[in-house]
Design a protein around this ligand. Sequence first.
Ligand code: FES
Ligand code: FE2
Length: 439
Amino acid sequence: MENKQINFFKAKDINTVLKPYKKGTVVNIDNFEARERQKELKTGLYGWYAICPSNVLKKNKIHYFSLFDEPLLLFRDNKNNVRCIKNICPHRGASFYGGSISNGELTCPYHGARFSSEGNCQNIDSITCRHIVDNNYDNYAKRIHLSQYKTVEEDNYIFIYFSDKSEMDLNNIKEEPSISNYELISNGFSIEDSVSEEVLVDFKCDWSRIIENHLDILHIFWVHGDTIPDKEVNKNVLVSFNQKININPNYIESIYFYKKNPTKEFIRIKYIPPGRILIYKGDPAVSRYVQVLDHIPLGENKARVIVRHYRKFLKNKLLNNLILFKENQKKIFYKIFNEDYMILKTQTYNHKMGLIKNDEIKLLGEDRMINYFWNWYKKSEEKDTPWKYINNKELNVYDEIIFKYPPEIKKLEVINNINIIRKAFIRYAAPLIFLLLII
Ligand code: FES
Ligand SMILES: [Fe+2]
């Protein structure tokens, strides 16, 4: 152990580190470093990603997606457990797109190789000609094996543990951090007596830009002020806040208190890396509303967001049906994403084209959350290298398969609007017409 004067200590963010100590204070370096590590978010982009709501993945159906441009798929095996497979057939490299699932077995559409849930090829004889294989079949069969990532279902989401490579044997994967970090109950919110709505949207923009957007409180007043029903949220009534930041290895949380009423909490935003953001309306212990935003880095310039909110108000099913609460809420979600979309697209373009440089962008001095996020992101990209598959931007053949929640959003939005008109007609106009006809 070593004692040193603190003013000689070298740290990456020297201001943060030195803040609690006066110049000249003698501290114990080992304890000091351990303590400081506790105040930093763990770096890295590998970890648990929520990929889709559980109900998206039906039995005998395949859900195609990608992470960091690696093509992947999900299906349910014969025990109803979710499997995440690399969408590349180990026989001759075709996609499984167009293939099928039966009794938890995946069949490739190219030569019909059939794989068990564990990944072994079940019909090796039928996909090769015995007489031209020199080596024995056992060796060949061992090599033709699916490659997987670990999955888990939690709070009705399917999560996968994404790391630097998929494995033939899932036991080789050591996940860190634990999935419990993402559970809503571990984050102070019980979903038991709440109801929820959700939408999925795909964006043609950089994944990290959307995260920045969801950590950015100021734009909510400007961009979404006329859409969010809360009258306190509008650029015309913009108020200022005191920001309190909590950081530990698993998350960073920013709490905004009204400047005029410093004990009253306006909003709380929690970032749980790599992809989840929770937004609480007030203290989680008493909050009646929490929004869960999951950010999925499909690939270069492609990102999916799942937004689900849980609410503890207006839970009566009949009343909700009558006022079309679900559909109207979805309409708000789509509108909010539309409002952000052009900004995020142009920001990504300006950045990728080199029209703006990182050090030319003035981060809002007072928004420590965004500042912290970008520093963390830079370190995390250096530590893990998930973008390794990006080498040919022209070959975007998977886009058609993967972009289900259209990048231009309109289609889903239009379907939802038609639903609102149709249901409103059935609920209100049709009975009225019927009544008039009788009279
Ligand atoms: S490439 Fe899949 S069976 Fe041949
Ligand atoms: Fe936004």
